[in-house]
Write a protein that binds this ligand. Structure first.
Ligand code: CU
Length: 105
């Protein structure tokens, strides 16, 4: 009888693990994009990125090099030309904007 309860507990634990694994999958559909910093324009609050494919909630595009306005200009100080970065691009008031930017680990 005790074994039966242990088995039930194991099944419950595995089910929970399956649910959380699935939740992670859903989040990873909108993973951060990757790129390399080609240039920084502090005055304009823009960064030029040679980026890989982007698939966010509001933006989908293939790899290319382009300039983006940055939603948090303070983040421009945390990166420099040549850095590999992870970033999120979303449409903000119709403009494709980098809403998060950090050096890739
Ligand atoms: Cu692009």
């Amino acid at each position: 009888m005790q074994h039966y309860f242990i088995r039930l507990a194991v099944i419950a634990a595995l089910s929970l693990a399956a649910v959380s694994a699935h939740a992670n999958e859903t989040v990873s559909v909108y993973h951060a994009a990757e790129g390399t910093v080609q240039g920084i324009d502090n005055a304009a609050g823009k960064v030029t990125l040679k980026h890989g494919p982007i698939k966010s909630k509001t933006v989908e595009m293939p790899a290319m090099t382009m300039s983006f306005p940055v939603a948090k200009p303070a983040q421009l100080a945390e990166v420099k030309k040549g850095d590999r970065v992870a970033f999120v691009a979303e449409k903000v008031n119709g403009t494709i904007t980098v809403t998060d930017l950090k050096v890739a680990k």
